[in-house]
Design a protein around this ligand. Structure first.
Ligand SMILES: NC(=O)c1ccc[n+]([C@@H]2O[C@H](COP(=O)([O-])OP(=O)(O)OC[C@H]3O[C@@H](n4cnc5c(N)ncnc54)[C@H](OP(=O)(O)O)[C@@H]3O)[C@@H](O)[C@H]2O)c1
Length: 318
């Protein structure tokens, strides 16, 4: 049985999903959750506490994330209660690969239909025409193998081109890097999505853990995971970010919340069409992150965070 949680309309679809989702990249060597029982507990905790939107991808753990999600949903008997979003990587975007990759995803996920199939990133080195993969996705949709189509990491110009390839449907969502210290999506993509009634799915909404308050400039681990080369955690950048973390801490204690909850709530408060998908490495983090919805920051506090965060420049050439 799942708890009630704040919901969001999924764009034009008429579907209602939880206002916050669960990102499942964490189920991979890259992040470190590789034990099935640990992964199941994370998924079960999210579901029991109201989350019904699960974001995975073919490349997460080379299929492990999809496999564990499918297995857990089956064992828990909740496949029909949840919304599965997965992704096809940019190198599998020939027509044949889109069809074959989807067939493999369906098997790993142990389902007959994928709710949201997203193009993970545009083709970078293979020169696949945009309409080739968009039409292949539409064919899958017409055959009932996927229900909706989304794009991830696409610029607005290419989103427009991709949408023009579809004849009987439209995309539903755009997934973007977006958090309090990486706000570039506000410049074009989020306004475009608002205008077009598309859902924005912010990824890395906690800046890979940097906004949670548990890392400080004096306590920055030598990460052994995907963060080992992440500019956010370069000491010069993190020093700037930490001023914001201190403010998040201060505001969090005023509301009886945690810095992670405030950082996520800031996004939810800012834009009605956002559905953040924080990743979690254990059930405690899941519960903490879920506590970011069902309430709103007061405008004064929201603005303080806005003003401080908008001037933080992450130097990527470090
Ligand atoms: N479309 C794309 O190109 C793309 C790219 C990246 C990610 N994504 C999706 O977005 C999801 C989330 O992004 P992300 O994994 O990059 O980063 P994130 O959600 O910003 O950060 C996740 C990390 O922060 C820490 N954390 C999470 N909740 C916490 C809490 N309440 N308290 C303390 N620490 C907490 C955990 O790591 P530690 O405990 O080790 O600190 C966790 O692994 C992914 O799972 C994936 O589904 C999509």
């Amino acid at each position: 049985m799942s708890e009630e949680i704040e919901k969001i309309d999924l764009g034009w679809t008429g579907e209602r999903v939880s206002r916050i989702g669960l990102g499942l990249w964490q189920i991979s060597e890259t992040w470190g959750v590789t034990n099935y029982e640990d992964a199941k507990k994370i998924i079960e905790t999210a579901y029991e506490n109201g989350v019904n939107f699960f974001d995975t991808a073919m490349v997460y753990g080379d299929g492990l994330s999809e496999e564990y999600l499918g297995k857990a949903l089956k064992e828990l008997g909740i496949r029909d209660e949840v919304f599965i979003a997965t992704k096809i990587p940019g190198q599998y975007l020939s027509r044949d690969d889109v069809l074959r990759a989807t067939q493999l995803s369906l098997k790993r996920l142990q389902t007959d239909v994928i709710d949201l199939m997203q193009v993970h990133w545009p083709p970078l080195w293979h020169n696949f025409p945009t309409c080739e993969y968009m039409e292949a996705l539409e064919q899958l949709l017409n055959m009932g193998l996927i229900r909706y189509i989304g794009l991830s990491d696409f610029p607005v110009e290419l989103i427009e081109s991709a949408r023009a390839c579809l004849s009987t449907t439209d995309i539903v969502s755009i997934q973007v890097r977006y958090n309090l210290v990486e706000r570039d999506a506000e410049k074009e993509i989020i306004p475009y999505a608002l205008r077009e009634d598309l859902i924005v799915i912010p990824w890395s909404p906690l800046a890979k853990g940097a906004l949670t308050g548990k890392y400080t400039p004096d306590n920055l681990p030598q990460f052994q995971d995907v963060r080992s080369r992440e500019p956010i955690f370069h000491p010069d950048n993190f020093k700037k970010i930490y001023k914001l973390v201190e403010l998040l801490n201060e505001i969090a204690s005023k509301y009886g919340k945690t810095p992670a909850q405030v950082a996520l709530n800031w996004i939810v408060t800012a834009y009605p069409n956002t559905l953040p998908i924080p990743g979690a490495k254990n059930p405690q983090q899941v519960l903490d992150n879920i506590g970011c919805v069902g309430w709103r920051l007061e405008f004064d506090d929201w603005l303080k965070i806005d003003q401080l965060s908008k001037d933080i420049r992450i130097n990527r050439v470090v």
